[in-house]
Design a protein around this ligand. Structure first.
Ligand SMILES: Cc1cc2nc3c(=O)[nH]c(=O)nc-3n(C[C@H](O)[C@H](O)[C@H](O)COP(=O)(O)OP(=O)(O)OC[C@H]3O[C@@H](n4cnc5c(N)ncnc54)[C@H](O)[C@@H]3O)c2cc1C
Length: 245
């Protein structure tokens, strides 16, 4: 006997919200989601939903809350702390089909992305404008920006530029009670309590992020990608390019 509502019974409602193709109930297919990067802990969810829009996420969350069914958000499942570990009686809300870079706004040095967009995709979208997205976990080819927000992720660039929390300007969030709400004003300088700071790093416990406004950074050197080969001073050939500043 479970203390929760019947998650499997929500399948028809989820199909209405997100479409049949975005609802997974087959136990063999659900095994795909049984763990994240912390593979020592495994649990198959009762059902998985892959919404395509923020409104669908909010409707799924509302349905879960009304039915008393627990839910867990999942981005790309690379987390190493078991945060995306499903509940056996619950719903896994997977953001993998929310992968649009909605806007790159170089004039205001920011971009608006959906939570399933991979970390590296943000820099790739910003590169033609001369910008990049500074937080760079080494899983950046795969991990999602939504997951980065939940884990306050970072990599080598963060020694110089700070972590995810320093590069998130606003979040749209599906709150547990169902509505979509914005946190932050998109400038990073909103007065009042630092709710963004509280949300970033909360591991999905405060709500599901459905849109993210990120700060874009202009590299000092145009070479923000893999380190450029350096010529040793003494043996530098005449053709060795001067180092950019
Ligand atoms: C090889 C490898 C290298 C790594 N290197 C680094 C590194 O250098 N730096 C670093 O910080 N981490 C690193 N990680 C850990 C991991 O990649 C990061 O924590 C990453 O941010 C997780 O993103 P994800 O999309 O995979 O999230 P998931 O694993 O899917 O989820 C992680 C957490 O975020 C929550 N979540 C996911 N999406 C949302 C959402 N839309 N709204 C609210 N909550 C959400 C989940 O519920 C869970 O609690 C590494 C992992 C691997 C496997």
């Amino acid at each position: 006997m479970t203390e929760y509502g019947d998650a499997a019974a929500l399948a028809p409602r989820f199909a209405e919200i997100a479409g049949h193709a975005n609802v997974i109930t087959d136990p063999r297919e659900l095994r795909t989601y049984e763990c994240d990067g912390l593979t020592s802990h495994r649990c198959t969810p009762a059902i998985a939903v892959l919404p395509e829009t923020a409104e669908q996420v909010a409707a799924v969350v509302r349905a879960c809350t009304r039915a008393g069914v627990p839910y867990v958000a999942r981005g790309s499942g690379t987390g190493l702390s078991g945060g995306a570990l499903p509940n056996a009686d619950g719903v896994l809300v997977v953001t993998a089909r929310m992968r649009r870079v909605i806007e790159v706004d170089p004039a205001n040095r920011r971009a608006v992305v959906e939570p399933g967009v991979t970390n590296l995709a943000v820099s790739k979208a910003a590169e033609p404008f001369g910008y990049f997205y500074a937080p760079d976990p080494s899983s950046q080819v795969v991990c999602s920006v939504g997951g980065n927000v939940a884990e306050n992720s970072g990599g080598a660039h963060c020694l110089k530029y700070g972590f995810t929390v320093h590069h998130v300007l606003a979040l749209q969030v599906a709150l547990p009670s169902g509505p979509l709400a914005w946190i932050g004003d998109g400038t990073g300088a909103a007065p009042g309590y630092d709710l963004l700071g509280a949300f970033v790093g909360s591991e999905g416990t405060l709500g599901i992020v459905t849109k993210i406004v990120v700060r874009l950074t202009r590299p000092r050197s145009r070479r923000w990608g893999p380190a450029a080969p350096r010529c040793p001073r003494s043996s530098a050939p005449a053709s060795c390019p001067p180092r950019s500043r």
